[in-house]
Design a protein around this ligand. Structure first.
Ligand SMILES: [Ca+2]
Ligand SMILES: [Ca+2]
Ligand SMILES: [Ca+2]
Ligand SMILES: [Zn+2]
Length: 337
């Protein structure tokens, strides 16, 4: 009797609120993160991993935020991501909130993964993807944190999952590393199997870098203490010696084909500079909307030139001739058109 009453209530709620998945109790909870990283927040290029120690200097970089779209289980699982950690106990709610774990706790990177994947998806939705434009990657991906030695994170398109490594600075401590990986998930969601050739792979790396900057600037404001074009300011302190520390930048000056070296991350800096210039000309909202919309039309093994043409076409379709000219100019400046 009680069970059938409960089922009726769930069915009624689902009928009244069609946007809510039947039976899925979606909730929010407070948690503590870096937003997006201590280097960017504090403007200190001298920070080092210090073997994962929670030194006093980091105190001012923590932010209390609201995790949304949780599934109500008390774990870090929700509409867009489920966190699976191979290191440490799984984070769980305590009295309705996630405790204020800091960087020396395994649970901190788990919370970071949940928050930043969800924030990246909400950024895409704020652009209109899933409302006036078709949805982009609105699926639950799996995010794993692995204690393996290498300093690398990667996206596996066979399982729609992201793995964050713990080499050097834990990758999960830098929102821009997390969102970069989510960029691969986005492109795989749009074009399954995207990015297996050199040029399509370079576009994948470039888009991940671009999305990392766009999402973190949207969520926390454009940085004033570090260059906005710098990607992964915190993670890269482990493997770069010059300052500002950047894994890569969006505002480099590489040109096609002279600067192609046959490595997807390096060659991606040709493409990401074009995206950066489109954003500079049209602003974040129009630029990212047309860039993401264009990707639906990319072949899985697209060339730079074909993808550039598709992006100009999307600019024309969405915003007209002036936007198309700005996109064309950005790609021409790189030698891509
Ligand atoms: Ca850590
Ligand atoms: Ca790292
Ligand atoms: Ca940055
Ligand atoms: Zn990548």
């Amino acid at each position: 009797m009680r069970r059938s009453l409960a089922l009726t209530a769930v069915a009624l709620v689902a009928a009244l609120i069609p946007a809510t998945r039947a039976g899925a109790a979606v909730t929010s909870a407070q948690a503590t993160v870096f937003a997006p990283s201590p280097v960017q927040t504090l403007g200190r290029q001298d920070l080092t991993d210090a073997k994962d120690a929670d030194l006093p200097v980091f105190a001012a970089a923590y932010r209390r935020v609201t995790l949304t779209d949780l599934d109500g289980s008390g774990a870090l699982a929700g509409r867009y991501v489920a966190v699976k950690s191979a290191t440490g106990k799984a984070a769980t709610l305590v009295d309705g909130a996630f405790p204020a774990w800091h960087r020396d706790s395994d649970q901190f990177e788990q919370v970071m993964g949940y928050y930043w994947v969800t924030t990246a998806q909400l950024y895409l939705q704020h652009l209109g993807f899933g409302s006036n434009l078709r949805p982009v990657n609105q699926r639950q991906i799996e995010l794993r944190i692995d204690q393996y030695g290498g300093d690398n994170s990667f996206f596996r398109d066979d399982k729609a999952n992201i793995t964050l490594g713990k080499g050097g600075v834990d990758d999960g401590e830098d929102a821009e590393v997390i969102v970069h990986e989510y960029g691969h998930s986005v492109q795989d969601g749009q074009v399954p199997g995207f990015g297996t050739t050199l040029e399509s792979g370079a576009i994948g790396e470039a888009f991940g870098d671009y999305l990392a900057v766009a999402v973190t600037s949207w969520a926390t404001g454009a940085p004033t203490l570090t260059p906005e074009a710098c990607v992964a300011d915190w993670d890269s302190t482990s493997y770069t010696s010059t300052t500002p520390h950047c894994l890569r930048r969006l505002d480099g000056n590489k040109h096609y084909p002279a600067d192609v070296i046959g490595e997807v991350h390096a060659d991606g800096e040709i493409w990401s500079r074009a995206l950066w210039d489109i954003r500079g000309a049209l602003g974040d909202t129009h630029a990212t909307t047309l860039i993401v919309e264009a990707q639906f039309a990319f072949a899985a093994e697209t060339t730079f030139a074909a993808a550039a043409r598709a992006t100009v076409d999307a600019a024309q379709r969405l915003y007209g001739a002036t936007a198309a000219a700005a996109a064309r100019s950005a790609f021409t400046a790189r030698g891509l058109l």
